[in-house]
Write a protein that binds this ligand. Structure first.
Ligand code: GLC
Length: 546
């Protein structure tokens, strides 16, 4: 299984490189920078959607699954991109947003125009007898999950923005359309697919109110039909390709469900993204709050997921960052005082684990959250809604801003910082989202004098050359240590002890005797003699191989 020793690079096309000067990234800009991507040593590039879209949710509201957004390029550009990446041995992973379409999509428009066939593609329901909405579910972007279906008096379901109408996967025609979309891209040479929020496609056949005081996500997440639908999609599309690599984005999921999604015998997906480890700074489970990350909870989650997927024969996708998360460097590290140390420690922590690591563009050069100062600097609908809701709920604007600043998705969507110029080498025009610290953090600097980029390159290549990393068993070490995440990997007589300090102060850890004369395999501080009671510097990471 090739994906075990692979590393996947994520590109947010809108923010990677603009070749036309309109301030928006495009496919040509990516093609021009393939030498950089290849220099990282990665095996696949996952691209966020670049299909036609009214951009209510930055391309996750797709109006045509089988074309390229003209603002991003043409189908010829796409074919060139696939071929050019392939010539470097790099595969393409496309983002399949098949839980919902844009309300501009032809299917929804024909449904609105009265065509029964297409009305059956969506969840269109009358109000309840008392006039209330069909269910009490809330949208993940705020407000109710139902919007009026034209002038009909009925409502359609949107778990996300009102511009994103949920597809009804109970309808076999919808499932056939989904396979058709995947096969369209397979026929253009694509072997990799990321399935957006795929564990919410198996809603009950009857949509019911969540009992009062309970979490409405339970009513539609990881439903019993998801597995059957995934197996069907697998069989009808990517499963016919022995080289396919797939990852499902699983929202509010469980270890048990993810074992089922990824056990090879089940013929569903190669691996899964889950987000529990990125909620350890959510006070009471609520995203729009300020909280220092709970490191013990983080450790427990990483350990439980590694052990759980291992025991069940499943496979995890390993990541700190993506286009929906604030930069991990600001959440778990210290971008001001220890940028190099904390960036490299975070990298080692997941690149040496059991699973397939993902690197989100800019992470490899230590990019951090932008220094925005007002809500007007943000573009994302989720951030703007959250700010308004926080103010409505009584927070003063300054505090509401601080909260949004700490959690907004735009934090990771700022343009790639190629150099120190005003447009950060991303554009000659006005960037759609402003970069702020490109003077200190940029590719040009990292390539000549930086220390984060070389560290990433080494970790990426180690996974290929070192079976204990790609294949080894996982065992937590010092699980109760309050500051340090540590684990041991084992494979055919070799063992790797990985130590990662999550603190900006010194701390200590006991090193098992047999590791004391091991090889220092990975480290982000100068060499020093190993001691049974080892003191660790701020954000130190150390991997010892015996
Ligand atoms: C996923 C995407 C996110 C998008 C949402 C709705 O979580 O990663 O960006 O807003 O799905 O499609």
């Amino acid at each position: 299984m090739t994906f075990k020793n692979s590393v996947i690079y994520q590109i947010y096309p809108k923010s990677f490189k603009d070749s036309t000067g309109d301030g928006i990234g495009d496919l040509r800009g990516i093609i021009d920078n393939i030498p950089y991507i290849a220099s990282l040593g990665v095996d696949y590039v996952w691209f966020n959607p670049f299909f036609p879209s009214p951009q209510r949710d930055n391309g996750y509201d797709i109006s045509d699954y089988c074309s390229i957004d003209p603002a991003m390029g043409t189908m010829e550009d796409f074919d060139e991109l696939v071929a050019a990446l392939e010539s470097h041995g790099i595969g393409v992973m496309l983002d399949m947003v098949l839980n919902h379409t844009s309300t501009d999509h032809e299917w929804f428009q024909r449904a609105l125009a009265g065509e029964k066939k297409y009305q059956d593609y969506y969840y269109i329901r009358p109000p309840q007898p008392d006039g209330s909405l069909p269910t009490n579910w809330v949208s993940k972007f705020g407000g109710p999950a139902w919007a009026p279906f034209g002038e009909t008096g009925d409502y359609y379901l949107h778990l996300y923005d009102p511009a994103q109408a949920d597809l009804d996967w109970h309808n076999p025609d919808v499932r056939a359309e989904a396979a058709k979309v995947v096969n369209f891209w397979r026929n253009r040479g694509v072997h990799g697919f990321r399935f957006d929020v795929i564990n919410v496609i198996g809603k009950g056949s009857q949509l019911l109110d969540a009992p009062l005081g309970t979490d409405d996500r339970k009513m539609y997440t990881d439903g019993p039909d998801v597995h059957a639908y995934l197996r069907e999609l697998n069989e009808a599309s990517f499963g016919q390709d022995p080289d396919s690599v797939t990852v499902g984005e699983m929202s509010s999921t469980s270890i048990g469900a993810c074992v089922e999604y990824t056990r090879p015998e089940n013929h569903e997906l190669s691996m899964v993204f889950n987000f529990h480890h990125l909620k350890v700074d959510y006070a009471d489970g609520r995203k729009w709050t300020l909280m220092e990350p709970d490191i013990l909870a983080l450790k427990r989650l990483l350990n439980d997921w590694s052990l759980g997927l291992q025991a069940g024969g499943g496979w995890n996708a390993l990541f700190w960052n993506n286009h929906d998360q604030p930069r991990a460097l600001d959440r778990f590290g210290d971008a001001d005082r220890f940028r190099y140390e904390s960036a490299t420690m975070l990298a080692a922590a997941i690149h040496l684990m059991r699973g397939t690591p993902y690197v989100y563009m800019g992470e490899e050069i230590g990019m951090s959250d932008p220094g925005y100062t007002t809500i007007d600097d943000y573009v994302d609908v989720e951030a703007r809604n959250a700010f308004a809701e926080l103010v409505d709920a009584g927070h003063d604007e300054e505090e509401a801003f601080r909260i949004v600043h700490s959690k907004a998705r735009d934090n990771s969507r700022t343009p790639m910082q190629w150099d120190s110029s005003a447009g950060s080498g991303f554009t000659d025009g006005t960037p759609w989202l402003q970069p702020t610290n490109q003077a200190e953090v940029n590719v040009a600097h990292e390539e000549t004098a930086g220390r984060i980029l070389p560290f990433y390159k080494r970790l990426i290549s180690l996974r290929k050359s070192t079976p204990v990393i790609s294949e080894g068993d996982y065992e937590p070490y010092a699980p109760d240590h309050p500051d340090v995440l540590a684990y041991i990997r084992r494979h055919e007589g070799r063992r790797l002890l990985v130590i990662c300090s999550f603190r900006g102060h010194e701390t200590e850890i006991d090193v098992p005797e047999d590791f004391l004369d091991g090889e220092v395999f990975v480290s982000n501080y100068p060499a020093r003699p190993l001691r049974p009671r080892l003191s660790l510097s701020p954000y130190e990471t150390l991997a010892l191989l015996v």
